[in-house]
Write a protein that binds this ligand. Structure first.
Ligand SMILES: Cc1cc2nc3c(=O)[nH]c(=O)nc-3n(C[C@H](O)[C@H](O)[C@H](O)COP(=O)(O)OP(=O)(O)OC[C@H]3O[C@@H](n4cnc5c(N)ncnc54)[C@H](O)[C@@H]3O)c2cc1C
Length: 400
């Protein structure tokens, strides 16, 4: 099939199945309000077109998948290109047992289940290999299972999640990276207590999660027992790729044009478009954005070849710099107006929200400093940071 034929086929399918009047609100956590439509997208193979036909896809090349993505984007329809950005489904596809994969992946692709990431702990954030949440294997009334105890924190979306992708320690005598396992933990059970945390943006997407004698069936183990570190690398690569590729826009949605032209428009409205320094800064941020898009395309190509690309870390770090710089520029353009707040001042509200929300990308999914370490070690080949506890049995590792 030629590219033109594919585009025409997708357009016709969308005309028959998608109501363009529906407004799509991006939902990264929780169940999707578009589930019935997403079921249709899955059945058509458009959700994951590069995956093989026997695994929900169409076996297309990435360039053809982009055509589908573009046609969906043109009418604002959700559900395409999940082979690029659905970290939950991609992780399950790569590491779940065939039985669990076949059960969970369609639910993940149709938004039938909400998800969260149970990685960070009060004593393990940047150093995720230091997790102390434990999972102990036992025989339960329903068969082989793990009993989970511990505490997670900064868990986005935990309050609405059906499953959490959990890393927990399953071998305390192995070195820190070698005694961790990776699970899909059912969240709606008595042993899982979720407490919301209020963020600097006044939202409460984050949560603390207290896990006390909760259970996860052994069938929900991804990858080998004690081999969770490898599974985590797949999941982190997708998360960083998503964060490096796209970012949340202004909250009000009223602040005029979006995309590369938004800063120019705002400068025009604020009467500073003729300021040469402002023009230079706008050009710089715009160039960073374009470069970042090109780099992300390179990283995606690596991922398609089956390697989790260290270039992903370039994208996330670049996006962090773009978001902080763009927010700073908006504030500068507005000058004293940026001190105002509330619905009567959407431009100022957006500038302030974007300034605060930029920290989502520079901390979440691994801080800028950690991304720099990864780039130094894995991309530039610099010597690794000294880690005296790397080969020690975890039981003997001292940590606060
Ligand atoms: C918006 C947002 C959403 C999040 N969502 C989730 C989620 O859903 N699930 C989840 O599990 N976690 C989530 N997190 C947590 C996030 O992954 C951690 O906050 C992050 O990894 C840093 O860990 P920490 O907060 O423990 O800081 P620490 O690890 O204590 O780091 C403190 C400071 O020390 C620096 N530092 C630490 N180690 C090094 C080093 N080796 N080299 C150089 N500098 C270093 C860090 O860069 C940082 O500046 C989220 C965080 C944010 C901000």
């Amino acid at each position: 099939m030629t590219d033109e034929q594919l585009a025409a086929e997708v357009r016709a399918w969308l005309e028959a199945n998608w109501d363009p009047g529906r407004k799509v609100k991006a939902e990264s956590f929780g169940r999707s309000p578009y589930q019935p439509f997403l079921e249709q997208v899955l059945a058509a193979g458009y959700a994951v077109p590069t995956w093989p036909k026997e695994r929900w896809g169409l076996g297309l090349k990435p360039a053809q998948a982009r055509i589908i993505e573009q046609e969906f984007a043109a009418v604002g329809a959700p559900g395409a290109a999940q082979d690029k950005h659905n970290l939950w489904a991609n992780t399950a596809l790569a590491h779940a047992t065939p039985e669990f994969r076949d059960e969970i992946v369609p639910k993940l692709l149709t938004g039938a289940v909400g998800m969260c990431l149970l990685y960070s702990e009060p004593g393990a954030g940047s150093d995720l290999a230091a997790v102390r949440t434990r999972a102990d294997r036992e025989q339960g009334p329903d068969g082989d299972r793990f009993r989970v105890n511990g505490q997670k924190v900064w868990t986005s979306g935990a309050a609405v999640a059906d499953y959490g992708m959990l890393i927990a320690r399953t071998d305390w005598d192995a070195p820190k990276h070698k005694g961790i396992s990776f699970f899909f933990l059912p969240m709606k059970q008595p042993g899982v207590e979720v407490r919301p945390l209020r963020q600097i943006t006044d939202e409460a997407h984050f949560n603390e999660v207290f896990i006390t004698d909760a259970f996860v069936p052994a069938a929900n183990l991804l990858g080998p027992l004690n081999g969770g570190w490898g599974v985590l690398q797949t999941a982190l690569a997708y998360e960083r790729s998503v964060m490096g590729d796209a970012a949340r826009g202004p909250r009000s949605g009223k602040a005029g044009p979006k995309g590369d032209g938004a800063l120019v428009e705002l400068a025009r409205e604020a009467g500073v478009l003729d300021d040469p320094l402002m023009r230079q800064d706008i050009a710089q941020v715009t160039a960073w954005k374009i470069l970042n898009r090109l780099n992300n395309a390179r990283a995606k190509a690596d991922l398609k070849r089956g390697t989790s690309s260290p270039i992903m870390s370039l994208g996330k770090l670049a996006m962090s710099r773009i978001l902080h710089q763009e927010a700073r520029l908006r504030t500068q353009m507005l000058g004293a107006e940026s001190l105002l707040e509330g619905p009567d001042h959407p431009r100022a509200e957006d500038a302030n929200f974007l300034s605060l929300n930029a920290y989502f990308t520079s901390i979440g999914g691994g801080t800028d400093q950690i991304q720099r370490n990864i780039i130094g070690e894995r991309v530039l080949g610099l010597p690794k940071e000294p880690e005296i506890d790397r080969e020690m049995p975890f039981r003997e590792v001292k940590s606060g």
